[in-house]
Design a protein around this ligand. Sequence first.
Ligand code: KIV
Ligand code: ZN
Length: 501
Amino acid sequence: MNNKIIIFDTTLRDGEQSPGASMNTAEKLQIALQLERLGVDVMEAGFAAASPGDFDAVNQIAKQASNIRVCSLARAVQSDIKAAGEALSPAKFKRIHTFIATSPIHMEYKLKMSPSEVIKRAVEAVRYAKTFCDDVEFSCEDAGRSDINFLKEICDAVIGAGAGTINLPDTVGYRLPTELSDMISQMVKFIDNRAVVSVHNHNDLGLATANSLACVLAGARQVECTINGIGERAGNAALEEIVMAIKTRKDVFSELYTDIIAKEIYPTSRLIASITGIEPQPNKAIVGKNAFAHESGIHQDGVLKHKETYEIISAESIGLEKNSLVLGKHSGRHAFKDKLISLGFDLDSEALNTAFEKFKELADKKKEVFDDDIRALVSEEITKIPQSYEIVGLLQSSGGNLASASISIRHNGEIISDSALGNGTADAIFKVIDRISGISGALKDYKVSAVSQGKDALAKVDVKVEFEGGGAVMGHGLDIDTMMASAKAYIGALNSYMRKI
Ligand code: KIV
Ligand code: ZN
């Protein structure tokens, strides 16, 4: 049996199903390119049939990815599979991932189909998917709660129809490692190398990583996972945890390996956090802020004497260099370009010029510019969508509970200015923007964080706003001034809304 564990990343599909994680095409493209650098084998770029925006994102990624297999999810229905096939058509390497539920509860209550109808539908779906591309994956949704004999029957049928990968998800995160290990070893034996056996575990009981590792030891050779473990409800198995466990515990996993470039783990984690606004919990394994922080005196003393006393993984091995002081206002374009390359950004000359100007503006205001500042600045620049509204000035004052904000905004080549009072400055700012645009928004979430350290740290604001007649959209703003970052975030959400309607 092959020793390579195929890493199937679904950050852009299941990860995007995390509440509040929806991303625009430019953001998805940026993530896709970073996943390619990370060395992921298969990237689930989205669910092409879900919306025109999803179709476009899968299609753009299919056009631009060069060295990675791009995949689209599709229910076992013709229209979904057709959308997936068409969106993926420009990809050099592609895969259609089709699925149908196989557990009694899903078949009876959700699908209202008999087991034999489910098998028939699954076989038709795989056959139809094969007319678009050779590489077809089939998932038994809720396999974790499915009958093993039924799983064998349906897998046999879809393998006969041409499925090359059989994915057995624990969709609701219900199973324990011993149970999944037992199920996977039975299925591996039954499938007997006719297809790759894949697993996809959710984290509802906090077991997604442990379950995935147990499945690998039981013979699964593909693991589906997301960066930072983001995903539906409690999330998916975290890519970084699985990869680092396999790498660190050679004594257990022996010859098993992945092709992930560990040094790209931390930069990828930061990119996902900054684009989605979902920060990993501080104590999150591998990529949390505290994952390499030693607080107690006894631990610090031990680490100083011999690192391995309390460290099983080095921060450097996942690409977490010390938050190094980088460039200052006297740094030149060449040094800036070198820095971007070392951070994994590959910009064309126009984007490089704009990013350099932004860096100079920042270096003028901020004494010390850190790697995280540059990452945030450049990500913001390259994922920018067309600016229907653009903020050109902000004046604010506050006293007691009352605050006022005066804002100038460029829209259709015209500058429009207005002011408003509010309960606090952010409230006043959002009110003026609503007034200028004539579109009122309800603020559903508002988060402020510091990009790096220091009193003059860049502020990052993430908002979730529901505008009239549209669903919720996210907006992100970056500025030295927290209120300006808030205004930019709100305008960013407005611009996303304008693109959607
Ligand atoms: O959790 C799940 O079952 C899924 C499938 C669509 C693969 O995400
Ligand atoms: Zn899932």
